[in-house]
Design a protein around this ligand. Sequence first.
Ligand code: FAD
Ligand code: SF4
Length: 545
Amino acid sequence: MNRMGRDFVSLKPRLSYAPPPLNGSMMTSLRLVLGDQLTRSLSALDGMDPAQDVVFMAEAAQETTYVPHHKQKIVLILSAMRHFAEELKSEGLRVHYVRLDDPANSGSFTGELARAIALHKPDRLIATEPGEWRVAQMMGEWSGQFGLPLEIREDDRFFCSRGRFARWADERKSYRMEFFYREMRRETGLLMQGDKPEGGEWNFDKENRKALPARLAPPKRQRFEPDAITREVMALVGERFAHHFGDLAPFGWAVTRADALEALDHFISACLPLYGDYQDAMKVGEPFLYHSIISPYLNCGLLTAREVCMAAERAFRTGHAPLNAVEGFIRQILGWREYVRGIYWRHMPDYADTNALDAHRPLPEFFWTGDTRMNCVSQVVGETRQNAYAHHIQRLMITGNFALLAGLEPRAVEEWYLAVYIDAFDWVELPNTHGMVLFADGGLLASKPYAASGAYINRMSDYCGGCAYDVKEKSGAKACPFNILYWHFLIENHARLAGNPRMAMPYRTLEKMSAERRAEITREALAFLEGGDKPQKAGQFALDL
Ligand code: FAD
Ligand code: SF4
């Protein structure tokens, strides 16, 4: 399904603000700040001369429509950009800011840069390396296009530079996150006692797989009331992106560094102690549980990975949070976040083109509507529409697991994840979806596919109790689709996966199944995939076998 953007009715246009050009003889630099670079210590802003230099920021239509981004995601980025520009101006810096609804806005970042260069006549451009391959390609053309030197500085908001990751990867045939993470722990000294890991272990994951007890109520999460700037952006998004996925309101995300820091404080004080225990749990009506919900702030630059990890470590050192929670949390950022970025930059652009499991089924409509009888999928899509957020296990083991088992086309699934989550940027979304969820990279990122039947979902959530399907049933009209699709996935991918040592156990079980049972699985799975999950009519179930 193509949900790419169109052109739209516009709100009453406003003027962007551009400082008057300078005519002095000193060197003038145009300092570029992208929508995911809203960090005051950004390398592109380093050594800025307030008297000569100009910061350039532009809201480009091109960036808002290449996938049908969730409305809250567009609001977050545009509002955070506008707040950041205001903060720079209040420091006395000169900011050339182009708004989306400026009638002169050409719609492309390059077009707006050309206009800014014509106005300010800078001697050079200074940028921080972009997060995405697509933007790096665009940036690569600017120097020649504008006849100006372009200095691209390292993005030192990450612990591990691209060069550092390449050196680590060069030394090995296959790379695994766990070993990368240990090196990062040693290098940063986070949760270390000399050269030994705190508590004698690198990883406390085995303590972090508890289901949520029925009586435990997770803390209420903070919301930030939209201010005048955010309300103005919401009105713009409501008109211009009405057809995009997701609910616009209520919008409660932080759009300034001060509020993002408050959200971090609240997570550390109220949620971190139980973060580890219930990291993998899922519960109807509890979209956030004990998760940090800071990924959008980290990814657009309102918070830095370093300060977040240090705040978590402090909570451990002061006895506020246990080691299993703090180690589990720091591993997500120092380990997974840095690792997926390393993989992305090392393997792009070819990384996105592989399809190791030869998966080609189209994305079902219910990924957008939530209209399915599978309660787990319906709950996760519903929460995603409402909040632009789902936690990791919901993304990996519900929608992701379904996409893997059903053999959905990687590109369509990747476009979906990129569109629907508020924290979604290509460099982090792509390896998670392409590698971790879909195994489309053939095992570069993960050593085996994260495939699971309904039993896993039942163990970690309360979804199954309210489902039209029966998680205990393995075949027939009421059988949980994950049970049927799981075995069908193993049958369909026998030639590709049976030799994987980590898949030995399920393949041994499959081999013990009779030929009739396998034929039954294939028949039921194909019936389901060909449209079996019909909305329920009284007394009738979806699979009509
Ligand atoms: P917490 O559980 O509180 O974790 C703390 C932080 O660790 C997160 O804020 C995030 O910065 C980092 N983190 C955790 N897991 C990962 C991971 N696997 N990869 C990278 N960083 C991680 N994360 C994104 O930031 N952007 C994405 O576009 C994105 N797409 C994903 C797509 C799929 C299919 C999957 C399975 C995961 C994806 N993730 C993505 C990773 C993860 O799901 C989110 O970072 C997390 O759910 C954000 O919620 P949180 O801040 O409450 O995380
Ligand atoms: Fe999901 Fe199956 Fe449980 Fe229904 S029974 S909620 S489809 S796992």
